[in-house]
Design a protein. Structure first.
Length: 71
């Protein structure tokens, strides 16, 4: 697992979840990513779909980190 800083948040992802990371990091604007992070923090998880129609969840962990998980 890899842990990186993404839009000011500590994010964990496996290599097989790289497309979800790339989408949040490079394919959408920072304000769009902020909405996803805020939703995950408030509700525990936020579902999103990449530009290639792959489905992921951004999970807010109890330690304040986030995990990207392919659905």
């Amino acid at each position: 697992m890899t842990q990186i800083n993404l839009h000011g948040h500590s994010v964990i992802h496996d290599e097989h979840d790289r497309e979800g990371y790339d989408y949040l990091a490079h394919k959408i604007q920072g304000e769009e990513a902020k909405v996803i992070f805020d939703y995950a923090k408030e509700h525990g998880t936020a579902e999103f779909e990449t530009h290639l129609n792959k489905n992921y969840s951004l999970v807010h962990n109890s330690d304040g980190t986030y995990t990207i998980v392919k659905r």
